[in-house]
Design a protein around this ligand. Structure first.
Ligand code: 8NA
Ligand code: MG
Ligand code: MG
Length: 373
């Protein structure tokens, strides 16, 4: 039952782009009255819009790079994702003998992290990640993980920039172990701290489960995420990073347990969500929050328009939290889109969002790749 798999693929990628584009309006705002969110969204339903199209930010720019690299190579190739290279892949490239890629049939452009940043540096990148992106462009660099490793005094970034672009990994790999492995490596190119890359693993897992209809049983969905993250966070590096940063052991698991508590309550205020789950730029303060937004909006909400689909409710709710609204809505949009399918995504919103049409095309190509693997 539920939406067809292709509809879920389209929903996931278009949902991510829409969350980024419509969420940009409130990025960094401390408090966002729901009325302002509803006004912003209802303006999208008009044929004419004085403010023109809503541009996407770093979230979508980097997601496009992940999609294009996965499609071109047909596998995960960290050198290709970091920057374009000519000739033979450098030693250590994690590649299968016979990649099931679409390389011969699909032309995917040349958008990779380093080139994308150079061609459009004004997309709202985090202040730290810019240094990594500049270093990745250097032809002398052989270890593409080195720039990320040297961030923040050798600790690496714990920002949500790895998680915001993690959805395509769930659409490219059928096996859970591969989704985990490659979403982690894909994030490590810029986010070498476990609190950064494990946020990407969590986001990719949430999209992976949603694609399979797991959100039909919300309790089972959250329990699966907790049990997967218990494995992920048992790793030595995760334990030592949590301790060094003054976080409890198993930081993502403990926030997911808080999500579960919130699910069991009849009402939860915006203040409780932002203070206990967070709405900030750290992956730990935003990925569990995005997951909560999806779960919270599975049922109609009295304060939201009745005609709204579950996807519309989710994005509206994310924006009303304030803080890193574009990124939280991007991540929640991907999960919600994978659950409800493209039918729940309003065409009126798509019309005003840069990159939404292209996201439909990527979804179809990734679907073909997924079917082959
Ligand atoms: P990042 O890797 O530069 O991290 C973002 C920020 O988090 C850094 O600039 C630091 O301030 C802080 N940070 C990360 N790791 C550490 C650490 N180990 N020690 C101390 N401080 C640290 O960028 P990113 O790619 O993770 O991007 C995160 C967010 O920034 C995204 O939402 C993106 O859209 C962007 N952004 C956010 C806002 C906002 O107001 N929320 C505004 C502009 C841009
Ligand atoms: Mg952004
Ligand atoms: Mg952001």
């Amino acid at each position: 039952g539920g939406p067809a798999l292709l509809s879920r693929f389209r929903g996931a990628l278009v949902g991510a782009v829409l969350g980024d584009c419509v969420g940009g309006e409130f990025e960094g705002a401390e408090e966002v009255p729901l009325e302002r969110v509803l006004q912003h969204l209802s303006a999208l339903e008009h044929e004419e819009r004085g403010d023109g199209i809503l541009q996407y930010s770093d979230d979508t720019a980097m997601t496009r790079c992940v999609v294009q690299s996965l499609l071109t190579r047909g596998i995960f190739d960290q050198h290709d994702l970091a920057r374009r290279y000519n000739g033979v892949p450098p030693v250590g490239t994690d590649m299968q003998e016979d990649p099931p890629g679409l390389a011969p049939t699909v032309s995917c452009g040349s958008c990779r992290f380093a080139e994308e940043y150079r061609s459009a540096p004004g997309r709202g990148y985090g202040s730290g990640v810019i240094q990594v992106l500049r270093k990745l462009a250097s032809p002398r660099l052989s270890d593409v993980f080195q720039p990320a490793r040297s961030q923040f005094g050798g600790r690496g970034s714990f920002g949500n920039g790895g998680a915001m672009r993690a959805a395509p990994f769930a659409l490219a790999f059928t096996e859970l172990a591969h989704v985990k492995k490659y979403s982690r490596l894909g994030a490590m190119l810029t986010h070498y701290c476990s609190l950064g890359y494990n946020g990407a693993v969590l986001q990719a897992l949430a999209v992976h489960l949603a694609l399979q209809g797991a959100l039909d049983v919300p309790q089972a969905f959250i329990n699966s995420l907790i049990s997967e993250m218990e494995d992920v966070e048992a790793e030595e590096q995760a334990v030592s990073d949590a301790c060094a940063l003054g976080e409890p052991e198993f930081p993502f698991c403990s926030r997911l347990r808080r999500v579960k508590e919130f699910m069991e309550r009849s009402s939860v205020s915006i203040e409780e969500v932002t203070s206990e789950l967070g709405n900030g730029i750290a992956a730990l303060h935003s990925v569990p929050t995005a997951i909560f937004c999806v779960l919270h909006c599975l049922e109609p909400q009295p304060e939201l328009p009745e005609r709204y689909s579950g996807f519309e409710r989710t994005v509206t709710y994310c924006l009303s939290l304030g803080g890193d609204t574009d990124t939280i809505a991007c991540m929640a949009g991907a999960i919600a889109g994978a659950h409800y399918g493209i039918e729940a995504v309003p065409p009126a919103w798509q019309r005003w969002c840069e990159g939404a049409e292209e996201a439909e095309v990527w979804a179809e190509h990734l679907y073909q790749l997924y079917q082959r693997s």
